[in-house]
Design a protein around this ligand. Structure first.
Ligand code: PBG
Length: 337
């Protein structure tokens, strides 16, 4: 027997105030983390063609961008370094050089906004290697897992010394969380947290990012990043990282992997984050630029959907923009009810 006309779902949708009161998911600026690119050898911001609205910062222009992020009240920033091409080598030496671009940028961020934002760093070699892989290669050109862990251990310590509060290994090497935890603890950084890119898939949607970091990669990352169709394996990767001591786990990309995100959120007893990656950002920007989609509404809906699926926090290139709209600092805030 139908309960209609007794039951009417539309009753609670009748007015904006009612809809707001019964909303199940709310975004807050503190849920949002801004990935930022800092490039060596430039003095002005350099726009990234494949990511409209996102720029490479110089060490100088990083500061006002950080101030704006802090002002907007977002949760934190995730720093990526883009070294000069001629500084890249097979070992990714720039990653562990205290004067390497990422480590210098981290010191600036910690000093400028360390009190109001959680300063986080990408812990991976791909931006620093001349072959573009996330680790070092063996004689056959295969990414050598255990030799890479030695590089990650060093990188973790240099990043913590530079002021990173949360290191984020994104290379999908086996044992990376345990190795990093061990190295941090051995050097007196017991309070530096590890955000594990636990379920990271080999995605076509990283395309614009690879332009952003001027990646030298030829080929793909399929011997370490996960197969696109594997859902159960996502949970397994998360379990392994938790076992190794991950403080936070992440699913990446976000939008094509919401099922994995929901699975992880249902079982994890640590915070679960998701990364709305470059391609997910740029395809909405591109559709909006063509007039095919409303940018403010679509960007908001995409991030809200990631939170609804189970993310406690979201890395998104719209972090500051959304936060400003959520707090009424932007004209577009009316779209967020
Ligand atoms: C690897 C790394 C990648 C991203 C963050 N860290 C790319 C990759 O695996 O090629 C992707 C971020 C994005 O696409 O927005 N260091």
């Amino acid at each position: 027997m139908s309960q209609f006309p007794l039951v009417r779902g539309r009753r609670l949708r009748a007015t904006p105030a009612l809809r707001r009161l019964v909303a199940e998911t709310r975004l807050h600026p503190a849920d949002l983390i801004l990935p930022m690119f800092v490039r060596e050898g430039i003095t002005e911001d350099a726009p990234i063609t494949s990511m409209p609205g996102v720029a490479h910062h110089s060490l100088d222009t990083l500061k006002p961008a950080l101030e704006r992020a802090a002002e907007a009240g977002i949760g934190g920033v995730m720093l990526f370094g883009v070294p000069l091409d001629e500084k890249k080598d097979a070992q990714g030496s720039g990653a562990t050089d205290p004067d390497g671009i990422l480590n210098v940028a981290t010191r600036i961020a910690a000093a400028e906004v360390g009190d109001s934002l959680v300063v986080q760093t990408d812990l991976c070699l791909d931006e620093f290697t001349d072959h573009g892989h996330c680790g070092v290669l063996d004689a056959h050109g295969y990414v050598d897992n255990d030799a890479t862990l030695e590089r990650y251990r060093e990188m973790a310590v240099v990043q913590a010394e530079s002021g990173s509060e949360l290191v984020a290994p994104s290379g999908m090497m086996d044992g990376q969380v345990a190795a990093i935890r061990d190295a941090l603890d051995a050097h007196g950084f017991g309070n530096t947290a590890v955000l594990a890119y636990a379920a990271k898939y080999a995605s076509a949607f990283y395309g614009p990012f690879r332009e952003a970091v001027q990646s030298s990669l030829v080929g793909d990352r399929r011997t370490y990043q996960m197969d696109n169709g594997n859902r159960r394996e996502g949970l397994r990767e998360v379990a392994l990282d938790l076992d190794e001591g991950a403080d936070i786990v992440m699913v990446k990309p976000a939008m094509s992997y919401l099922d994995v995100l929901a699975d992880v959120a249902a079982t994890s007893d640590v915070p679960v984050w998701a990364y709305q990656i470059s391609g997910e950002y740029s395809m909405i920007q591109a559709a909006a630029a063509n007039g095919w989609i409303d940018l403010d509404a679509a960007s908001y809906e995409s991030v809200l959907g990631i939170k609804r699926a189970g993310a406690d926090a979201i890395l998104t290139y719209w972090a500051v923009d959304l936060a400003e709209r959520l707090t009424g600092r932007s004209d577009a805030s009316r779209n967020l009810r």
